[in-house]
Ligand binder design. Structure first.
Ligand SMILES: [Fe+2]
Ligand SMILES: [Fe+2]
Length: 304
């Protein structure tokens, strides 16, 4: 049985090199658009009213195509200085990165990070702006996009060498990829988790590590960050209770905690104001859970 995958309406304009199919009256998939062409405006309007598919065998080419188009769009939106539209496109890219096979998206992600750095050099408000607005995407996508923006801001303000910054950017983007393999109800729950569910949740760092390492195209640090992000310097974190944590793992860990506390309302606790979050994190620094220097430097990013 041949397999066809539905194309999201919001992405119909992005696929150039793959053919589209639609359903005939008899229920067969028939060619709708030839490869090598983009949809014209009037075609797009028509295609939005019916179901459009791509063939399973074209999936790899389609993801490459999609991310290349999204990257182009991202660069364009950055040039136009529209922060809201940049956030929307960036969230689409992060969504694709988290939910498509990593070996397909891996080669395109460094370009996304590069475009963002270039964007920051042209518009220094961009990265801060991105963290202040919502795109209404899935929780994990919005969270990963915010962590990405804060991490890049940290790298830019503190002159972290370019190559290292790029690795940090990709690590931020993928730090929670393991969570995509855990039941959504657990990840998105805004109730306090039962101990069984909490144990399931605590498996996401290891799952992320294995997934990233498996795809072999990323720097090892990217996998390490996914594994280390919930560890604490006093050994009170998970999954291993490690107290030796790489700089990258510590940095993303701190930013991740800040983002989660500041942006996420839960039934059992309210989202906090940035200042209150910093007070909580400062206490954690005093308890030697986070590094003092990294905390100080992160505060500088928020209070410039
Ligand atoms: Fe996490
Ligand atoms: Fe996270």
């Amino acid at each position: 049985m041949e397999k066809y995958i539905p194309v999201k309406k919001s992405q119909l304009a992005f696929y150039k090199n793959v053919p589209y199919y639609c359903l005939s009256k008899s229920g067969d998939h028939v060619l709708y658009k030839k490869p090598g062409t983009l949809m014209e405006k009037n075609q797009l309007a028509e295609a939005k009213l019916i179901d459009i598919y791509i063939h399973q065998d074209d999936r790899r080419a389609a993801i490459k195509d999609l991310l290349a188009s999204l990257n182009m769009d991202l660069a364009q939106k950055i040039a136009q200085k529209g922060v809201q539209s940049v956030k929307t496109i960036l969230c689409q890219i992060v969504d694709e990165a988290l939910f498509s096979p990593l070996e397909h998206v891996g080669p395109v992600l460094p370009e996304t990070i590069e475009i963002m750095f270039y964007g920051h050099s042209k518009n220094s408000e961009l990265l801060e702006g991105l963290t202040r607005i919502s795109s209404g995407s899935k929780m994990i996508v919005e969270h990963s996009t915010n962590v990405l923006a804060f991490s890049m801001l940290y790298c830019c303000i503190h002159d972290i060498p370019v190559n290292m910054s790029k690795i940090i950017g990709i690590s931020a983007l993928l730090h929670d990829i393991g969570a995509t393999l855990i039941e959504k109800e657990i990840i998105e729950s805004d109730e306090k988790l039962s101990s069984g569910d909490y144990e399931r949740l605590k498996m996401h760092p290891q799952k992320g590590y294995d997934l990233i390492l498996d795809s072999t195209q990323f720097h090892r640090t990217v996998a390490t960050v996914a594994l280390e992000r919930h560890e604490k310097l006093d050994g009170s974190g998970y999954p291993k209770g490690a107290s030796l944590i790489t700089f990258e793992g510590q940095l993303i860990g701190l930013i991740d905690s800040y983002e989660a506390l500041t942006y996420r309302d839960k039934a059992f606790r309210k989202a906090k104001m940035p200042f209150d979050t910093m007070k909580i994190l400062k206490n954690d620094v005093l308890e030697k859970k986070y590094d003092k220097e990294i905390f100080k430097n992160f505060c500088l990013c928020l209070t410039r």
